[in-house]
Ligand binder design. Sequence first.
Ligand code: HEC
Ligand code: HEC
Ligand code: HEC
Ligand code: HEC
Ligand code: HEC
Ligand code: HEC
Length: 268
Amino acid sequence: MMSYLARWLRPFVVISFIVLLVVGPSSMASATTEQELNDISSLWQTSAHALNDVNCASCHQNEETKEFVAVPNHETCQSCHEQAVDTFLLSKHGIRLLEDKSPLTPAMARLPMQHDAMQNQMNCNACHDVHSANTVEASVDACLTCHNDQHSLNYQNSKHAELFASSKDLPRPDSGAVSCSTCHLPRVADEFDEAIVHVNHNNTYNLKPQDRMVGDVCMNCHGVEYSYNSIFDPELVEANFAQPPKLELQSFDLMKAAEKRRTSNAPE
Ligand code: HEC
Ligand code: HEC
Ligand code: HEC
Ligand code: HEC
Ligand code: HEC
Ligand code: HEC
Protein backbone atom coordinates (compact mmCIF):
# COMPACT_ATOMS: atom_id res chain seq x y z
CA MET A 1 0.00 0.00 0.00
CA MET A 2 2.73 2.41 1.05
CA SER A 3 4.86 1.70 -2.02
CA TYR A 4 1.83 2.01 -4.31
CA LEU A 5 1.16 5.43 -2.81
CA ALA A 6 4.81 6.40 -3.17
CA ARG A 7 4.81 5.40 -6.85
CA TRP A 8 1.63 7.32 -7.45
CA LEU A 9 3.06 10.37 -5.74
CA ARG A 10 6.35 10.21 -7.62
CA PRO A 11 5.58 12.62 -10.50
CA PHE A 12 4.23 15.12 -7.98
CA VAL A 13 7.36 14.83 -5.89
CA VAL A 14 9.60 15.55 -8.89
CA ILE A 15 7.38 18.39 -10.11
CA SER A 16 7.21 20.02 -6.69
CA PHE A 17 10.97 19.75 -6.39
CA ILE A 18 11.44 21.43 -9.75
CA VAL A 19 9.17 24.20 -8.50
CA LEU A 20 11.35 24.44 -5.38
CA LEU A 21 14.41 24.63 -7.61
CA VAL A 22 12.92 27.42 -9.69
CA VAL A 23 12.17 29.53 -6.63
CA GLY A 24 15.52 28.51 -5.17
CA PRO A 25 19.03 29.58 -6.17
CA SER A 26 19.46 29.47 -9.96
CA SER A 27 22.97 28.02 -9.62
CA MET A 28 21.52 24.75 -8.35
CA ALA A 29 18.70 24.60 -10.87
CA SER A 30 21.17 24.67 -13.72
CA ALA A 31 23.41 22.05 -12.07
CA THR A 32 20.68 19.42 -11.62
CA THR A 33 19.17 17.53 -14.54
CA GLU A 34 15.75 15.94 -14.53
CA GLN A 35 17.45 12.53 -14.70
CA GLU A 36 19.33 13.29 -11.48
CA LEU A 37 16.09 14.32 -9.82
CA ASN A 38 14.48 11.07 -10.94
CA ASP A 39 17.38 9.04 -9.53
CA ILE A 40 17.20 10.88 -6.22
CA SER A 41 13.47 10.43 -6.07
CA SER A 42 13.73 6.65 -6.61
CA LEU A 43 16.33 6.35 -3.85
CA TRP A 44 14.07 8.31 -1.53
CA GLN A 45 10.95 6.26 -2.37
CA THR A 46 12.17 3.08 -0.66
CA SER A 47 13.83 4.90 2.26
CA ALA A 48 12.69 4.97 5.87
CA HIS A 49 12.04 8.67 5.24
CA ALA A 50 9.44 8.13 2.51
CA LEU A 51 7.73 5.47 4.63
CA ASN A 52 7.49 8.01 7.47
CA ASP A 53 6.25 10.91 5.32
CA VAL A 54 9.55 12.76 5.42
CA ASN A 55 9.64 14.32 1.95
CA CYS A 56 11.87 16.59 -0.14
CA ALA A 57 10.58 19.73 1.52
CA SER A 58 11.18 18.32 5.05
CA CYS A 59 14.90 18.76 4.35
CA HIS A 60 15.06 21.23 1.45
CA GLN A 61 12.82 23.94 2.86
CA ASN A 62 13.51 26.03 5.95
CA GLU A 63 10.67 25.42 8.45
CA GLU A 64 10.34 29.04 9.56
CA THR A 65 11.35 31.19 6.60
CA LYS A 66 10.04 28.64 4.01
CA GLU A 67 13.17 29.38 1.99
CA PHE A 68 14.63 26.73 -0.30
CA VAL A 69 17.72 24.94 1.10
CA ALA A 70 19.94 23.56 -1.68
CA VAL A 71 22.41 21.70 0.57
CA PRO A 72 20.85 20.76 3.91
CA ASN A 73 23.32 20.22 6.77
CA HIS A 74 23.28 18.61 10.22
CA GLU A 75 21.08 21.40 11.57
CA THR A 76 18.36 20.24 9.17
CA CYS A 77 18.46 16.73 10.64
CA GLN A 78 18.55 18.00 14.24
CA SER A 79 14.81 18.68 14.64
CA CYS A 80 14.07 14.97 14.10
CA HIS A 81 17.35 13.29 15.12
CA GLU A 82 18.53 15.17 18.17
CA GLN A 83 20.40 12.24 19.74
CA ALA A 84 22.36 11.47 16.53
CA VAL A 85 23.34 15.11 15.99
CA ASP A 86 24.29 15.73 19.63
CA THR A 87 26.56 12.67 19.84
CA PHE A 88 28.08 13.38 16.38
CA LEU A 89 29.01 16.93 17.44
CA LEU A 90 31.00 15.61 20.43
CA SER A 91 33.08 13.25 18.27
CA LYS A 92 36.41 13.73 16.51
CA HIS A 93 34.33 13.70 13.31
CA GLY A 94 31.94 16.45 14.37
CA ILE A 95 33.66 18.63 16.98
CA ARG A 96 34.90 21.20 14.43
CA LEU A 97 31.28 21.91 13.46
CA LEU A 98 30.35 22.36 17.13
CA GLU A 99 33.19 24.90 17.38
CA ASP A 100 31.93 26.74 14.25
CA LYS A 101 35.05 25.80 12.31
CA SER A 102 35.16 24.38 8.77
CA PRO A 103 34.23 20.67 8.62
CA LEU A 104 36.91 18.00 9.27
CA THR A 105 38.54 16.68 6.08
CA PRO A 106 41.00 13.79 5.55
CA ALA A 107 43.60 16.40 4.52
CA MET A 108 43.75 17.43 8.21
CA ALA A 109 44.38 13.90 9.46
CA ARG A 110 47.34 12.36 11.21
CA LEU A 111 46.16 8.84 10.27
CA PRO A 112 46.58 7.55 6.67
CA MET A 113 43.60 8.49 4.44
CA GLN A 114 42.49 7.73 0.85
CA HIS A 115 44.15 10.16 -1.55
CA ASP A 116 41.08 10.88 -3.61
CA ALA A 117 39.07 11.74 -0.46
CA MET A 118 41.39 14.43 0.92
CA GLN A 119 38.87 17.24 0.41
CA ASN A 120 35.72 15.28 1.44
CA GLN A 121 33.89 17.21 4.14
CA MET A 122 32.66 15.49 7.27
CA ASN A 123 28.92 15.83 7.81
CA CYS A 124 25.93 13.48 8.10
CA ASN A 125 26.08 12.86 4.34
CA ALA A 126 29.75 11.77 4.52
CA CYS A 127 28.43 8.37 5.72
CA HIS A 128 24.73 8.44 4.86
CA ASP A 129 23.46 8.71 1.35
CA VAL A 130 20.82 11.09 2.67
CA HIS A 131 18.31 10.16 -0.02
CA SER A 132 18.38 6.38 0.58
CA ALA A 133 19.38 6.67 4.28
CA ASN A 134 20.92 3.20 3.85
CA THR A 135 22.58 2.23 7.15
CA VAL A 136 24.40 -0.86 5.80
CA GLU A 137 26.52 1.22 3.41
CA ALA A 138 27.14 3.70 6.21
CA SER A 139 28.54 0.94 8.46
CA VAL A 140 31.66 -0.08 6.47
CA ASP A 141 31.82 1.10 2.83
CA ALA A 142 31.40 4.76 3.77
CA CYS A 143 34.23 4.58 6.36
CA LEU A 144 36.60 3.10 3.78
CA THR A 145 36.03 5.96 1.34
CA CYS A 146 38.26 7.97 3.75
CA HIS A 147 40.10 5.63 6.15
CA ASN A 148 43.19 3.93 4.72
CA ASP A 149 45.26 2.74 7.71
CA GLN A 150 46.24 -0.91 8.29
CA HIS A 151 43.63 -1.53 11.01
CA SER A 152 40.79 -0.23 8.82
CA LEU A 153 41.94 -2.09 5.70
CA ASN A 154 42.47 -5.38 7.61
CA TYR A 155 38.83 -5.43 8.67
CA GLN A 156 37.96 -7.10 5.36
CA ASN A 157 40.09 -10.17 6.36
CA SER A 158 38.33 -10.72 9.68
CA LYS A 159 35.67 -13.19 10.81
CA HIS A 160 33.69 -10.12 11.83
CA ALA A 161 33.61 -8.95 8.18
CA GLU A 162 32.47 -12.42 7.06
CA LEU A 163 29.60 -12.24 9.54
CA PHE A 164 28.64 -8.78 8.33
CA ALA A 165 28.77 -9.81 4.67
CA SER A 166 26.37 -12.66 5.34
CA SER A 167 23.78 -10.61 7.23
CA LYS A 168 23.24 -7.20 5.71
CA ASP A 169 19.61 -6.94 6.76
CA LEU A 170 17.90 -3.62 6.20
CA PRO A 171 16.74 -1.33 7.69
CA ARG A 172 19.49 -1.89 10.29
CA PRO A 173 22.51 -4.21 10.03
CA ASP A 174 21.89 -7.46 11.95
CA SER A 175 22.84 -7.21 15.63
CA GLY A 176 24.77 -10.50 15.43
CA ALA A 177 27.19 -9.07 12.85
CA VAL A 178 30.20 -6.82 13.51
CA SER A 179 30.84 -3.78 11.31
CA CYS A 180 33.14 -0.77 11.89
CA SER A 181 30.21 0.96 13.48
CA THR A 182 29.39 -1.92 15.88
CA CYS A 183 32.68 -1.05 17.62
CA HIS A 184 33.02 2.69 16.90
CA LEU A 185 29.39 3.89 16.75
CA PRO A 186 27.79 1.41 19.15
CA ARG A 187 24.04 1.07 19.65
CA VAL A 188 22.56 2.32 22.91
CA ALA A 189 19.10 2.12 24.41
CA ASP A 190 17.10 5.35 24.69
CA GLU A 191 17.35 6.84 28.20
CA PHE A 192 13.55 6.93 28.60
CA ASP A 193 12.43 3.96 26.50
CA GLU A 194 14.58 0.79 26.47
CA ALA A 195 12.78 -0.45 23.34
CA ILE A 196 14.15 2.44 21.24
CA VAL A 197 17.70 1.90 20.01
CA HIS A 198 19.92 4.81 19.01
CA VAL A 199 23.37 4.83 17.47
CA ASN A 200 26.00 6.65 19.52
CA HIS A 201 27.61 8.77 16.78
CA ASN A 202 30.53 9.80 19.04
CA ASN A 203 33.40 7.81 17.51
CA THR A 204 35.79 9.10 20.18
CA TYR A 205 33.79 7.93 23.19
CA ASN A 206 34.84 4.31 23.54
CA LEU A 207 38.46 4.55 22.29
CA LYS A 208 39.77 5.54 25.71
CA PRO A 209 40.07 3.96 28.20
CA GLN A 210 40.50 0.82 26.10
CA ASP A 211 38.38 -1.36 28.34
CA ARG A 212 35.30 0.80 27.72
CA MET A 213 34.89 -0.95 24.36
CA VAL A 214 35.29 -4.32 26.08
CA GLY A 215 32.27 -3.72 28.31
CA ASP A 216 30.14 -1.82 25.78
CA VAL A 217 30.79 -3.99 22.74
CA CYS A 218 32.97 -7.13 22.89
CA MET A 219 31.29 -8.67 25.93
CA ASN A 220 27.93 -8.72 24.15
CA CYS A 221 29.44 -11.72 22.35
CA HIS A 222 32.81 -12.76 23.89
CA GLY A 223 33.97 -13.60 27.41
CA VAL A 224 35.82 -11.06 29.51
CA GLU A 225 39.23 -12.75 29.25
CA TYR A 226 39.02 -13.25 25.47
CA SER A 227 38.02 -9.61 25.05
CA TYR A 228 40.80 -8.15 27.20
CA ASN A 229 43.43 -10.41 25.63
CA SER A 230 42.32 -9.16 22.21
CA ILE A 231 42.02 -5.47 22.84
CA PHE A 232 45.24 -5.02 24.81
CA ASP A 233 47.33 -6.58 22.01
CA PRO A 234 48.31 -3.76 19.60
CA GLU A 235 49.23 -6.25 16.86
CA LEU A 236 45.81 -7.86 17.02
CA VAL A 237 44.13 -4.43 16.96
CA GLU A 238 46.19 -3.56 13.86
CA ALA A 239 45.13 -6.90 12.31
CA ASN A 240 41.53 -5.87 13.10
CA PHE A 241 41.00 -9.05 15.14
CA ALA A 242 41.59 -11.32 12.15
CA GLN A 243 43.29 -13.96 14.40
CA PRO A 244 42.45 -15.48 17.78
CA PRO A 245 44.14 -13.72 20.75
CA LYS A 246 47.63 -14.92 21.73
CA LEU A 247 48.06 -12.66 24.73
CA GLU A 248 47.52 -14.04 28.21
CA LEU A 249 47.22 -11.06 30.45
CA GLN A 250 49.08 -11.41 33.73
CA SER A 251 46.23 -10.09 35.81
CA PHE A 252 44.07 -12.99 34.67
CA ASP A 253 46.75 -15.48 35.69
CA LEU A 254 46.99 -13.78 39.08
CA MET A 255 43.21 -13.76 39.43
CA LYS A 256 43.03 -17.45 38.57
CA ALA A 257 45.82 -18.27 41.02
CA ALA A 258 44.06 -16.31 43.74
CA GLU A 259 40.80 -18.10 42.99
CA LYS A 260 42.54 -21.47 43.14
CA ARG A 261 44.12 -20.61 46.47
CA ARG A 262 40.79 -19.44 47.86
CA THR A 263 38.91 -22.58 46.79
CA SER A 264 41.61 -24.98 47.95
CA ASN A 265 42.06 -23.02 51.21
CA ALA A 266 45.80 -23.41 50.92
CA PRO A 267 47.67 -21.26 53.45
CA GLU A 268 50.03 -18.68 51.96
C1 HEC B 1 16.65 13.56 4.87
C2 HEC B 1 16.82 14.84 4.24
C3 HEC B 1 16.62 14.94 2.72
C4 HEC B 1 15.51 14.55 2.02
C5 HEC B 1 14.25 13.90 2.54
C6 HEC B 1 15.78 14.92 0.64
N1 HEC B 1 17.03 15.47 0.53
FE1 HEC B 1 17.95 16.13 -1.19
N2 HEC B 1 19.66 16.53 -0.15
C7 HEC B 1 19.81 16.40 1.22
C8 HEC B 1 21.18 16.73 1.58
C9 HEC B 1 21.78 16.68 2.98
C10 HEC B 1 21.84 17.05 0.37
C11 HEC B 1 23.32 17.43 0.19
C12 HEC B 1 24.05 16.16 -0.16
C13 HEC B 1 25.50 16.33 -0.39
O1 HEC B 1 26.02 17.43 -0.33
O2 HEC B 1 26.14 15.29 -0.66
C14 HEC B 1 20.85 16.95 -0.69
C15 HEC B 1 21.11 17.22 -2.04
C16 HEC B 1 20.14 17.20 -3.04
C17 HEC B 1 20.37 17.59 -4.41
C18 HEC B 1 21.70 18.04 -5.00
C19 HEC B 1 22.38 16.91 -5.74
C20 HEC B 1 23.06 15.91 -4.84
O3 HEC B 1 22.74 14.70 -4.89
O4 HEC B 1 23.94 16.31 -4.04
C21 HEC B 1 19.18 17.43 -5.08
C22 HEC B 1 18.92 17.71 -6.54
C23 HEC B 1 18.21 16.91 -4.12
N3 HEC B 1 18.83 16.80 -2.88
C24 HEC B 1 16.90 16.59 -4.41
C25 HEC B 1 16.00 15.99 -3.53
C26 HEC B 1 14.67 15.49 -3.90
C27 HEC B 1 14.06 15.58 -5.29
C28 HEC B 1 14.11 14.97 -2.77
C29 HEC B 1 12.78 14.27 -2.62
C30 HEC B 1 12.52 13.16 -3.50
C31 HEC B 1 15.10 15.12 -1.69
N4 HEC B 1 16.22 15.74 -2.19
C32 HEC B 1 14.89 14.70 -0.40
C33 HEC B 1 18.84 15.99 2.13
C34 HEC B 1 17.59 15.50 1.80
C1 HEC C 1 11.08 15.69 9.47
C2 HEC C 1 11.82 14.77 10.27
C3 HEC C 1 13.14 14.22 9.72
C4 HEC C 1 14.21 14.92 9.18
C5 HEC C 1 14.32 16.43 8.93
C6 HEC C 1 15.25 13.94 8.94
N1 HEC C 1 14.82 12.69 9.30
FE1 HEC C 1 15.89 10.96 9.20
N2 HEC C 1 14.27 9.89 9.87
C7 HEC C 1 13.06 10.44 10.22
C8 HEC C 1 12.14 9.36 10.58
C9 HEC C 1 10.70 9.55 11.06
C10 HEC C 1 12.84 8.14 10.40
C11 HEC C 1 12.34 6.71 10.61
C12 HEC C 1 12.27 6.35 12.05
C13 HEC C 1 13.61 6.24 12.65
O1 HEC C 1 14.41 5.38 12.21
O2 HEC C 1 13.92 7.04 13.55
C14 HEC C 1 14.21 8.51 9.98
C15 HEC C 1 15.23 7.61 9.76
C16 HEC C 1 16.53 7.96 9.43
C17 HEC C 1 17.64 7.03 9.32
C18 HEC C 1 17.56 5.52 9.57
C19 HEC C 1 17.15 4.82 8.33
C20 HEC C 1 16.80 3.37 8.54
O3 HEC C 1 16.64 2.69 7.50
O4 HEC C 1 16.62 2.90 9.68
C21 HEC C 1 18.73 7.75 8.95
C22 HEC C 1 20.12 7.22 8.70
C23 HEC C 1 18.33 9.14 8.86
N3 HEC C 1 16.99 9.23 9.16
C24 HEC C 1 19.18 10.18 8.55
C25 HEC C 1 18.78 11.52 8.40
C26 HEC C 1 19.68 12.59 8.03
C27 HEC C 1 21.16 12.43 7.76
C28 HEC C 1 18.92 13.75 8.02
C29 HEC C 1 19.38 15.15 7.66
C30 HEC C 1 20.04 15.31 6.36
C31 HEC C 1 17.56 13.38 8.37
N4 HEC C 1 17.52 12.02 8.60
C32 HEC C 1 16.51 14.26 8.46
C33 HEC C 1 12.75 11.77 10.26
C34 HEC C 1 13.54 12.81 9.77
C1 HEC D 1 34.82 12.03 5.11
C2 HEC D 1 35.85 11.12 5.56
C3 HEC D 1 35.57 10.16 6.70
C4 HEC D 1 34.58 9.20 6.78
C5 HEC D 1 33.50 8.87 5.76
C6 HEC D 1 34.78 8.52 8.05
N1 HEC D 1 35.83 9.07 8.73
FE1 HEC D 1 36.55 8.52 10.54
N2 HEC D 1 37.86 10.06 10.54
C7 HEC D 1 38.08 10.90 9.47
C8 HEC D 1 39.14 11.84 9.80
C9 HEC D 1 39.70 12.93 8.88
C10 HEC D 1 39.55 11.54 11.13
C11 HEC D 1 40.65 12.23 11.95
C12 HEC D 1 41.90 11.40 11.84
C13 HEC D 1 43.15 12.05 12.37
O1 HEC D 1 43.06 13.11 12.99
O2 HEC D 1 44.22 11.47 12.16
C14 HEC D 1 38.72 10.42 11.56
C15 HEC D 1 38.82 9.80 12.80
C16 HEC D 1 38.21 8.60 13.13
C17 HEC D 1 38.46 7.85 14.36
C18 HEC D 1 39.38 8.26 15.50
C19 HEC D 1 38.61 9.13 16.46
C20 HEC D 1 39.46 9.78 17.52
O3 HEC D 1 38.87 10.35 18.46
O4 HEC D 1 40.70 9.74 17.44
C21 HEC D 1 37.68 6.71 14.30
C22 HEC D 1 37.58 5.62 15.35
C23 HEC D 1 36.95 6.77 13.04
N3 HEC D 1 37.28 7.92 12.36
C24 HEC D 1 36.06 5.80 12.62
C25 HEC D 1 35.24 5.92 11.48
C26 HEC D 1 34.20 4.98 11.14
C27 HEC D 1 33.87 3.74 11.93
C28 HEC D 1 33.61 5.45 9.99
C29 HEC D 1 32.41 4.86 9.27
C30 HEC D 1 31.25 4.47 10.07
C31 HEC D 1 34.29 6.68 9.61
N4 HEC D 1 35.27 6.93 10.55
C32 HEC D 1 34.00 7.46 8.50
C33 HEC D 1 37.42 10.88 8.26
C34 HEC D 1 36.35 10.07 7.94
C1 HEC E 1 30.92 8.12 10.51
C2 HEC E 1 29.73 7.77 9.76
C3 HEC E 1 28.43 8.42 10.13
C4 HEC E 1 28.17 9.76 10.25
C5 HEC E 1 29.13 10.92 10.04
C6 HEC E 1 26.77 9.87 10.59
N1 HEC E 1 26.21 8.63 10.69
FE1 HEC E 1 24.29 8.20 11.22
N2 HEC E 1 24.69 6.20 11.24
C7 HEC E 1 25.88 5.65 10.80
C8 HEC E 1 25.76 4.21 10.85
C9 HEC E 1 26.85 3.23 10.46
C10 HEC E 1 24.47 3.90 11.33
C11 HEC E 1 23.85 2.51 11.57
C12 HEC E 1 24.61 1.77 12.63
C13 HEC E 1 23.87 0.59 13.22
O1 HEC E 1 22.65 0.46 13.09
O2 HEC E 1 24.55 -0.23 13.84
C14 HEC E 1 23.81 5.19 11.55
C15 HEC E 1 22.52 5.34 12.01
C16 HEC E 1 21.82 6.53 12.03
C17 HEC E 1 20.42 6.69 12.39
C18 HEC E 1 19.48 5.58 12.83
C19 HEC E 1 19.75 5.19 14.26
C20 HEC E 1 19.40 6.24 15.26
O3 HEC E 1 20.26 6.59 16.09
O4 HEC E 1 18.26 6.76 15.24
C21 HEC E 1 20.13 8.02 12.28
C22 HEC E 1 18.79 8.67 12.53
C23 HEC E 1 21.35 8.70 11.84
N3 HEC E 1 22.35 7.77 11.71
C24 HEC E 1 21.44 10.06 11.63
C25 HEC E 1 22.64 10.75 11.42
C26 HEC E 1 22.76 12.20 11.43
C27 HEC E 1 21.63 13.16 11.63
C28 HEC E 1 24.07 12.48 11.21
C29 HEC E 1 24.76 13.85 11.21
C30 HEC E 1 24.69 14.57 12.48
C31 HEC E 1 24.77 11.21 11.06
N4 HEC E 1 23.87 10.19 11.20
C32 HEC E 1 26.13 11.09 10.82
C33 HEC E 1 27.01 6.33 10.39
C34 HEC E 1 27.19 7.71 10.41
C1 HEC F 1 35.86 -5.45 16.78
C2 HEC F 1 35.94 -4.02 16.97
C3 HEC F 1 36.49 -3.14 15.88
C4 HEC F 1 36.14 -3.15 14.54
C5 HEC F 1 35.21 -4.10 13.82
C6 HEC F 1 36.81 -2.03 13.94
N1 HEC F 1 37.56 -1.37 14.88
FE1 HEC F 1 38.61 0.36 14.60
N2 HEC F 1 39.42 0.18 16.48
C7 HEC F 1 39.07 -0.79 17.40
C8 HEC F 1 39.96 -0.67 18.54
C9 HEC F 1 39.92 -1.54 19.79
C10 HEC F 1 40.85 0.41 18.26
C11 HEC F 1 42.02 0.90 19.11
C12 HEC F 1 41.62 1.84 20.18
C13 HEC F 1 42.83 2.33 20.93
O1 HEC F 1 43.75 1.54 21.17
O2 HEC F 1 42.88 3.52 21.22
C14 HEC F 1 40.47 0.93 16.96
C15 HEC F 1 41.06 2.03 16.34
C16 HEC F 1 40.58 2.62 15.15
C17 HEC F 1 41.05 3.86 14.59
C18 HEC F 1 42.23 4.65 15.07
C19 HEC F 1 42.05 5.55 16.19
C20 HEC F 1 43.41 6.19 16.49
O3 HEC F 1 43.37 7.32 16.92
O4 HEC F 1 44.45 5.55 16.30
C21 HEC F 1 40.34 4.08 13.42
C22 HEC F 1 40.47 5.25 12.46
C23 HEC F 1 39.43 2.97 13.27
N3 HEC F 1 39.60 2.11 14.34
C24 HEC F 1 38.59 2.81 12.20
C25 HEC F 1 37.92 1.61 11.90
C26 HEC F 1 37.27 1.31 10.63
C27 HEC F 1 37.17 2.28 9.47
C28 HEC F 1 36.77 0.04 10.72
C29 HEC F 1 36.05 -0.78 9.67
C30 HEC F 1 36.66 -0.85 8.33
C31 HEC F 1 37.10 -0.45 12.07
N4 HEC F 1 37.81 0.51 12.73
C32 HEC F 1 36.69 -1.68 12.60
C33 HEC F 1 38.04 -1.71 17.27
C34 HEC F 1 37.40 -2.03 16.07
C1 HEC G 1 27.97 -9.26 17.68
C2 HEC G 1 28.90 -10.19 18.26
C3 HEC G 1 30.37 -9.82 18.34
C4 HEC G 1 30.93 -8.66 18.86
C5 HEC G 1 30.21 -7.44 19.39
C6 HEC G 1 32.36 -8.85 18.79
N1 HEC G 1 32.66 -10.07 18.24
FE1 HEC G 1 34.50 -10.83 17.93
N2 HEC G 1 33.69 -12.45 16.97
C7 HEC G 1 32.34 -12.73 16.91
C8 HEC G 1 32.15 -13.99 16.22
C9 HEC G 1 30.82 -14.70 15.97
C10 HEC G 1 33.45 -14.44 15.85
C11 HEC G 1 33.81 -15.71 15.07
C12 HEC G 1 34.03 -16.84 16.02
C13 HEC G 1 34.53 -18.07 15.30
O1 HEC G 1 34.33 -18.20 14.11
O2 HEC G 1 35.16 -18.86 15.99
C14 HEC G 1 34.39 -13.45 16.36
C15 HEC G 1 35.77 -13.55 16.27
C16 HEC G 1 36.67 -12.76 16.96
C17 HEC G 1 38.11 -13.00 17.05
C18 HEC G 1 38.86 -14.18 16.46
C19 HEC G 1 39.12 -14.06 14.98
C20 HEC G 1 39.68 -15.35 14.39
O3 HEC G 1 40.11 -15.24 13.25
O4 HEC G 1 39.64 -16.40 15.04
C21 HEC G 1 38.64 -12.01 17.84
C22 HEC G 1 40.09 -11.82 18.24
C23 HEC G 1 37.53 -11.15 18.24
N3 HEC G 1 36.37 -11.64 17.70
C24 HEC G 1 37.65 -10.04 19.07
C25 HEC G 1 36.62 -9.14 19.34
C26 HEC G 1 36.79 -7.92 20.11
C27 HEC G 1 38.09 -7.46 20.74
C28 HEC G 1 35.56 -7.32 20.15
C29 HEC G 1 35.22 -5.98 20.74
C30 HEC G 1 36.08 -4.86 20.41
C31 HEC G 1 34.63 -8.19 19.43
N4 HEC G 1 35.31 -9.27 18.95
C32 HEC G 1 33.28 -7.92 19.26
C33 HEC G 1 31.31 -11.95 17.41
C34 HEC G 1 31.46 -10.70 17.96
